[in-house]
Design a protein around this ligand. Structure first.
Ligand code: ADP
Ligand code: MG
Length: 612
């Protein structure tokens, strides 16, 4: 029998490596921008077409490459950044594996132009699916320009697996943001489909001042007033950066950034340290916002445990946790003692004062009575249930009909109640513990979860409205302007059609700004921005975990937010109306998230408990 083991050709090996390193256009952006940073660039341009499917181009003014280096840079394990295994434990660069260029060239058509300052002409190299196509001299400015065309053109499975343009582009913006935050002294720009999204100037002043300018440039002016500085220096760890004031904490994740030695990392243990430092200062379900730069000796971490390098392992994790937590606590303490102090606000970002007007120091308005823990308890009448005024009172009939007819709810209902349901003799209805609605039916007693029932009703209503495009909207007396982080702004603008079809009237006003003119009828007016913010957060999660249709995700989120909550006292009319509407739903038995909306206790069950 002949020997059967063979070495894989380089092109195949590279494609396999690419599968790990380059998962989507955003991964190529990250690798290429990091290369530019490592090359000492002070200006980096990112040009994107069709969310990276057609083109990704990164142009830098870094140190460039010699002709020979340019050619060899596409070889796997070709790197200028480490020479021996020991260097692995003393990394000061972003890259070190020497895999990125080889991987990208394996799954795209690549064109690289590069020149060192000292060379009179540059080098242009073209590669396609790991194949070398050409190398020529060319005239280019000093630095490197790297174009990636038709990413995954030769890996159809990958190309088809890419998500919508809005989603892929959001991933790109996220990577762009992380690198732009980490290097606030560097100029960055981002163009998508010929329009300029960002043009970030290099910051001035010390690192924290630069970081503040960068945050404001990416997230909008309001952030200027939301940041509390953090600074701590110990032999094990130094921490520098900002945390968001607790009252601006968001209900959705997305504004949490750790950078370890200038590299964006995720670390749930450290997230916990920050979150717990806020302790009771945060409203329920809110996430602290932070931009924290950690510096440790590179020898005390292992960055090599994850191919995309966002996870790290610390030698002394517990001390890092403790130092971080106390640094954040101290910063919060200082802020709490003097909340009106304006921490070194970025003056250049303020609206310029009129020539003759005296300069007034900016202040923050603090509501001394603000108590994030005070639970709002609403009572009926004050804020009536958004259900239509028609109380037919015949929901039990509908309920019975559903059993009789072959409708979607049928199977579920049968398993919920074995006996046929008849009309009740009375219209008694009670509320239990401000949470459940009880009402007798001939076969027993029905227990409806008020919140879940209302979620179901609203969910189906929003879905219907979106499908028929006939939702009712209430105009806001004072249109609300929202400044939204870029990555979310991209997402919202991609979903604007859907969002507006369910009753919002939201307009995009350039880069990060949206104006809300109207909201779906029935939503509380004061919360327009909050509702949208939460909706986007949930959309992000749903999109990743549940792969819901955008309309479903929006309807779910709106329903969840607008539904009456536990703790709300309902009048008998409201309870009847709710039950009425619930049983008119397609799927009355379950809330949109699949949990039961009501249960039936058959009388026999009760008899049995009484040992009759
Ligand atoms: P790594 O970054 O891990 O070293 P890469 O495959 O990303 O591996 O890059 C290979 C080498 O090509 C780098 O080590 C660097 O020497 C060179 N290189 C890549 N991009 C640039 C750039 N934009 N400017 C200058 N040199 C670059
Ligand atoms: Mg690299």
């Amino acid at each position: 029998m002949p020997d059967i083991i063979r070495l894989l050709p380089d092109s195949v090996a590279n494609q396999i490596a690419a599968g790990e390193v380059i998962q989507r256009p955003a991964s190529a952006v990250k690798e290429l921008m990091e290369n530019s940073i490592d090359a000492g660039a002070t200006k980096i341009q990112l040009i994107v077409k069709d969310a990276g499917r057609t083109l990704l181009q990164i142009v830098d003014n870094g140190k460039g490459m010699s002709e020979t280096d340019a050619r060899i840079s596409f070889e796997r394990h070709a790197t200028s950044k480490i020479r021996n295994a020991g260097d692995l434990f003393d990394l000061h660069t972003m890259g070190f594996r020497g895999e990125a260029l080889a991987s990208i060239a394996a799954v795209a058509q690549v064109e690289m132009k590069t020149r060192r300052e000292e060379d009179s002409s540059g080098t242009e190299i073209r590669m396609e699916g790991s194949k070398f196509i050409s190398q020529e001299d060319c005239a280019v400015p000093a630095g490197t320009s790297f174009s990636v065309k038709n990413l995954f053109y030769n890996v159809p499975a990958r190309r088809n697996f890419l998500k919508s343009e809005a989603v892929e582009f959001r991933h790109i913006v996220e990577e762009f943001e992380r690198i732009a935050f980490a290097h606030p002294g560097t100029a960055f720009s981002l163009h998508h489909n010929n329009s300029e999204l960002f043009n970030l100037l290099p910051g001035h002043g010390d690192f924290r001042a630069q970081l503040r300018q960068r945050i404001v440039a990416l997230y909008g002016n309001p952030y200027n007033q939301r940041l509390v500085p953090v600074e701590e220096s110990t032999p094990i760890l130094s921490v520098s950066g900002f945390i968001g004031k607790p009252e601006f904490a968001k209900r959705s994740r997305g504004e949490q950034f750790f950078f370890l030695n200038k590299r964006f990392i995720r670390n749930s243990y450290l997230h916990h340290a920050v979150q717990s430092a806020f302790e009771q200062l945060l409203p329920k379900d809110a996430f602290a916002c932070y931009f924290l730069f950690l510096e440790v000796d590179p020898k005390s971490i292992d960055v090599n445990i994850h191919p995309t390098k966002t996870e790290v392992k610390f030698e002394d994790e517990r001390s890092v946790y403790a130092i971080l937590r106390s640094a954040v606590k101290r910063a919060l303490g200082q802020y709490n003692i003097s909340p009106t102090l304006d921490f070194e606000q970025e003056m250049s970002m303020q609206v310029p004062a009129k020539n003759n007007a005296a300069l007034v120091a900016p202040t923050i308005k603090v509501n001394p009575g603000y108590n994030p823990f005070a639970e709002q308890k609403k009572f009926s009448g004050e804020n009536p249930l958004p259900v239509p005024g028609k109380f037919s009172g015949d929901w039990q009939q509908m309920f019975d009909q559903r059993i009789a007819k072959n409708e979607p709810g049928q199977k579920i209902l049968h398993s919920e109640m074995d006996a046929p349901v008849e009309h009740p003799s009375s219209s008694q209805i009670w509320q239990l513990h401000e949470r459940y609605i009880l009402t007798p039916i001939r076969s027993g007693i029905l227990v409806i979860d008020q919140q879940r029932a209302h979620e179901r009703v609203l969910y189906e209503r929003f879905l219907r409205a979106m499908k028929n495009a006939n939702s009712s909207s209430q105009r806001l007396l004072f249109p609300e302007t929202m400044e939204i982080p870029a990555a979310d702004a991209v997402l919202i603008s991609g979903l604007l059609g859907e969002i507006n079809s369910c009753g919002f009237d939201v307009q995009h006003f350039g880069a990060n700004t949206f104006v809300v003119n109207g909201i779906p009828a029935g939503l509380e007016e004061k919360s327009a921005a909050l509702v949208l913010e939460k909706m986007i957060g949930e959309f992000r999660e749903n999109e990743q975990e549940l792969r819901l249709h955008p309309q479903e995700s929006i309807a779910r989120s709106l329903a969840k937010q607008a539904a009456v909550k536990q703790g709300r006292i309902l009048s008998p009319e409201e309870m009847r109306a709710l039950a009425d509407e619930l049983f008119a739903c397609e799927t009355p038995a379950y809330a949109p998230d699949g949990k039961p909306a009501f249960i039936n206790f058959p009388i026999e069950e009760i008899d049995k408990r009484f040992k009759r």
